[in-house]
Design a binder for this molecule. Structure first.
Ligand SMILES: [Zn+2]
Length: 397
């Protein structure tokens, strides 16, 4: 019983501290986004309160039955009483006064939390205690305190939604550029994309596909008209991408699509009869009406590819913004085979948010890439697994 009681007291104190810190932060910065999390945190607090009430009741019931639980019940009452009458606050204030040297920000925050607990949020001294604490500490260290309190609660078995800023700290690298984090493996891997990006999980026309017969006869005629332009290349953390200036087009029958960019996956995302190729290049196009079309060029193990070498020589090794390589001009058609026979199907973006309504044209003729060139691609594996067909037809010509 005693152990249980101590845990409950610790949880309540931890929650109050976390709530108080969040309250302090909110009043300090006026950041509204934290309020929803704070509300949830306080819902968590009321759950703990309910649990505490329940336990108090249990203790009271037990007290009637068992003499030996009396000290525990008294201890709990004593704790509640000492908060209510301000004894703990007085003790803590005395403790802080007795310390040599400056008060640490953590202790100042603790003082604020105790004031909040004892005198309430309306008490001007509560607010000033927090303000003083906030002036003392860098926000990063405040976040650390909040996150530590949250982690302690989570470890104690409490359901606590981690504050946005704690998540930020946890995945600081992923969030520093301001985009939502996803990956090709681990917690944020393809099987979990649907958590953050619903279409990735619920979509019925997702890509890539395993391309296998029987096929419908395709009557689509493709015309590739790509032009040489300055090399604009970037490593976006998921692939090497080349951005293309306006003027390069793909015609599908009478529809004209403008080439926006092309990028690479290793191995190829598309499979032919269950087998991927070494890599694939995706040429992403958009029509004036906003329709998307992807031309896929499969890259198979073979001779070194001069066009690929030009790209790899200029591709940034780590994530960063677009680099314009002044002296290098690049013609995207140098990566496209002469024969444009293809498989086609309706699919989606193969990266989050997995938006559907993308027409895929995967060329049947692969292009060579050297084995070392495959190894030199800075992403070991950046291919989404093949997706269910869900009754779609794959066309071929
Ligand atoms: Zn792609």
């Amino acid at each position: 019983m005693k152990k249980h009681l101590r845990l409950i007291i610790e949880i309540v104190l931890g929650l109050l501290l976390a709530g108080a810190l969040a309250f302090g932060y909110w009043s300090y910065s006026g950041k509204k986004h934290i309020m929803s999390e704070l509300t949830e945190a306080s819902e968590g607090a009321s759950e703990v309160q309910q649990e505490l009430d329940k336990l108090t009741k249990e203790l009271e019931e037990a007290k009637e039955k068992l003499e030996e639980t009396e000290p525990a019940a008294k201890q709990l009452d004593a704790v509640k009483e000492s908060f209510a009458n301000g004894v703990v606050l007085q003790d803590y204030e005395a403790f802080i006064k007795a310390q040599k040297g400056p008060v640490t920000s953590e202790r100042q925050l603790g003082l604020g939390a105790l004031r909040l607990l004892t005198k309430g949020a309306d008490d001007p001294e509560t607010v000033s205690a927090f303000q003083k604490a906030l002036e003392m500490a860098e926000w990063s260290s405040r976040v650390k305190s909040i996150c530590a309190a949250q982690n302690a609660l989570a470890a104690a078995g409490q359901k606590v939604k981690v504050l946005a800023d704690c998540a930020l700290e946890k995945e600081a690298k992923a969030h520093k550029k301001g985009h939502v984090h996803w990956d090709y493996a681990g917690d944020m891997g393809p099987e979990n994309w649907g958590d953050e990006f619903p279409t990735c999980g619920k979509g019925q026309k997702q890509a890539p596909l395993n391309i296998t017969g029987p096929f419908e006869k395709s009557k689509d005629v493709l015309v590739v008209n790509y032009k040489e332009g300055p090399l604009k290349i970037l490593n976006n953390g998921h692939t090497i991408q080349v951005n293309v200036e306006p003027g390069s087009t793909l015609k599908v029958n009478k529809d004209v699509y403008n080439l926006l960019q092309f990028h690479f996956h290793r191995p190829s995302e598309e499979q032919i009869d269950g087998k991927p190729m070494a890599m694939v290049a995706h040429f992403v196009h958009k029509s004036a009406e906003g329709k998307l079309a992807v031309l896929g060029v499969l890259l198979s193990d073979g001779k070194d590819n001069a066009a690929i070498q030009t790209l790899w020589n200029n591709a940034p090794k780590s994530e960063g913004p677009e680099v314009v390589v002044d002296k290098v001009k690049f013609d995207p058609s140098s990566l496209v085979p002469a024969a444009l026979t293809h498989y086609s199907y309706e699919g989606s973006l193969t990266t989050p948010p997995c938006t559907e309504g993308v027409n895929f044209y995967i060329l049947k003729t692969p292009v060579d890439i050297g084995k070392k060139q495959v190894v030199d691609f800075p992403f070991k594996r950046n291919a989404r697994p093949v997706q269910p067909l869900n009754g779609r037809k794959i066309n071929a010509n």
